[in-house]
Design a binder for this molecule. Structure first.
Ligand SMILES: [Zn+2]
Length: 282
């Protein structure tokens, strides 16, 4: 049996419209899958979609993912931040349903000044109802572990365990694995057995079939740095070999890869996608 191929794509700018702008950029960089923002990533505004653009994206055969804004934090001690976080993720899930997105990515967040236990209790109390609201044909909610700085609730893949317990292993719950974050958190993906050990640990923690998306980013910093600075594929401390190993891991086969690498033009992004396709296909 040959394993399914992972589609490879990138986070795309959506100036000009989700479908018009996003799919145009996707074509320029050779993306087979895309990730978009459906609201300002550094704000709380919750814009409505444009029905024609939504329909166009839904009709495309490109797998689409939504990244929620950076301000979202389910572990925040601020009632106001928590409330806005919930409203924002609900908005992304509803927009995701409208555009036919497969997943909505949310950062696992930080306890900031409260205790880990209090923050995790908050996650269970408020995020489980959000999962319950997702219709059967709606997107999955994908938890993305972080690089490990500032009282983060989850950086190592093993720390996904308490999230899955609090969220009762809900069928709409999944994982977005960011290579740069994992490397920064201390998973040495550049070591000979690093990729296999990390993905095996992830599967052991959350069970098979929960890994739904890979954020494929190299790292400007060394393993365990706790720094979240993405680098172009092969140009950082993770290196090309780790990405080739990821494609070959049975749990990762078929899971889409999205780059979030540096560069403000199609050239560096197109090159990263070309590199990943070579590593996938050889
Ligand atoms: Zn990411």
């Amino acid at each position: 049996m040959t394993s399914p191929k992972s589609p490879i794509g990138g986070h795309v700018p959506v100036a000009g419209g989700l479908a018009t702008g996003g799919l145009k950029y996707a074509a320029e960089i050779g993306a087979e899958t895309i990730q978009v923002f459906v609201s300002n990533p550094r704000g709380w505004a919750l814009p409505e979609g444009k029905p024609a653009e939504d329909a166009k994206l839904r009709a495309s055969d490109v797998p689409v993912y939504i990244h929620t804004p950076y301000l979202v934090n389910f572990g925040s001690p601020s009632a106001e931040t928590l409330e806005k976080s919930l409203a924002t993720v609900r908005h992304s899930l509803q927009r995701g349903h409208a555009i036919g997105a497969r997943g909505v990515v949310v950062h696992t967040g930080s306890a900031v000044t409260q205790s880990y236990d209090d923050a995790m209790a908050q996650v269970g109390e408020h995020v489980l109802p959000l999962l319950e609201e997702i219709p059967d044909d709606g997107p999955d909610l994908l938890l993305e572990p972080m690089a490990g700085q500032n009282n983060m609730l989850c950086a190592k893949v093993q720390q996904l365990g308490p999230f899955f317990e609090r969220l009762e292993h809900h069928p709409k719950l999944g994982v977005c694995f960011d290579t740069c974050h994992a490397f920064a958190a201390g998973h040495d993906l550049s070591s000979p057995a690093g990729v296999a050990e990390t993905i095996d640990a992830l599967v052991e923690t959350v069970g098979p079939g929960r890994l739904k998306l890979v954020h494929a980013n190299d790292s400007k910093d060394i393993c365990g740095s706790a720094k979240d600075r993405h680098e172009n594929i092969g140009a950082g401390h993770i290196g090309e070999k780790a990405f080739a190993e990821l494609f070959a891991h049975p749990e990762v086969a078929g899971v889409p890869f999205i780059i979030e690498t540096p560069g403000r033009s199609a050239t560096p992004h197109g090159n990263d996608i070309k590199t990943l396709k070579r590593l996938r296909d050889t």
